[in-house]
Design a protein around this ligand. Structure first.
Ligand SMILES: [Fe+2]
Length: 293
């Protein structure tokens, strides 16, 4: 049984334990997440100057769309202002600043229909974030920048939380991806031939749900949930961001949902920054405590 909690006041330790069992949390009206939404809106309106960003895809060609979206995504992800807002986000959701580390957030720009589904607007096929080298303890915070509907969000296949799907994560190595593929996104327009870890079987979900909030409503889930970008049939471009965190005690203790099917190698942990002072996580310090697991 999976429970969806709305605006629930719990400690972050209680919430993570519940998330690791598959539950979902939704929060609305929190200043931290809204701060990142405002920042994203500022950057989006600069990038689409003079155009309605949700409908710009109908005014400009795909090359120009990519030319605008590539730098927009890079600035949102790497900008110093974004990091400061991520700290606020974490504090506002009651995470412990010393024990919590975040990965810099990603802005997703998913046009309607099949205008562009590769590269900067890659439509993720069903996956768990662990297939991409993320740790089992990862928590995902998914937030729309403009209000969304079922036709432009993510599909969550809730019945596969603890059920394996044959997939290509055995061939995925995070370090190889960073050296060879991550920065190629801007070149991919017609087809995305980067070696994403994909499902290798047709699976039938009887538990698909889609959560569609307003701007700044945060949807929190364990990244072990099988999820995908739903084909965007809404008639407008979807803008959302996702932020990911880990709690270092969870990693040290090996807590988190059971790994049912990921064979990815390498780890993203070295990319994570501590909420208190933005210090990078030192993976070498962890290896002594997690060796052999
Ligand atoms: Fe994901």
């Amino acid at each position: 049984m999976i429970t969806v909690y709305l605006n629930r006041q719990v400690t972050d330790d209680e919430r993570r334990e519940s998330l690791f069992a598959g539950d979902f949390y939704l929060y609305s009206g929190k200043p931290g997440p809204l701060g990142l939404v405002d920042h994203a809106k500022d950057l989006i309106s600069e990038a689409f100057a003079g155009l309605d960003p949700e409908r710009a895809q109908f005014e400009i060609g795909v090359e120009e769309f990519v030319r605008r979206v590539g730098p927009l995504k890079a600035e949102f992800t790497n900008g110093e202002r974004t990091k400061e807002l991520c700290r606020q986000f974490a504090l506002d959701l009651d995470m412990d600043p010393e024990r919590t580390y975040f990965d810099i957030p990603r802005l997703r720009v998913i046009p309607a229909d099949d205008f562009l589904t590769a590269g900067v607007s890659y439509n993720y096929k069903a996956h768990r974030d662990m297939w991409y080298g993320h740790p089992q303890q990862l928590v995902n915070y998914w937030t729309p920048v403009f209000p969304v509907v079922g036709g432009n969000v993510m599909s969550m296949y809730t019945d596969f939380f603890d059920k394996p799907v044959k997939n290509g994560s055995n061939a995925y190595d995070y370090d190889e991806w960073v050296s060879n593929h991550r920065f190629a996104a801007n070149e991919k327009i017609a087809k995305d031939d980067r070696p994403h870890p994909l499902p290798l079987e047709d699976f039938e979900s009887r538990g698909e749900i889609r959560v569609a909030g307003g701007a700044g409503d945060v949807f929190i889930f364990s990244s072990n949930h099988l999820h995908a970008s739903a084909p965007n049939t809404s008639g407008v471009t979807r803008f959302s961001y996702d932020l990911r965190t880990i709690n270092i005690d969870d990693v040290r203790a090996g807590r988190g949902p059971r790994n049912v099917d990921s064979g990815a190698t390498g780890t993203t942990l070295g990319d994570f920054l501590r909420v208190s002072d933005l210090a990078p996580l030192r993976v070498e310090d962890l290896e002594t405590t997690t060796a052999g697991r």
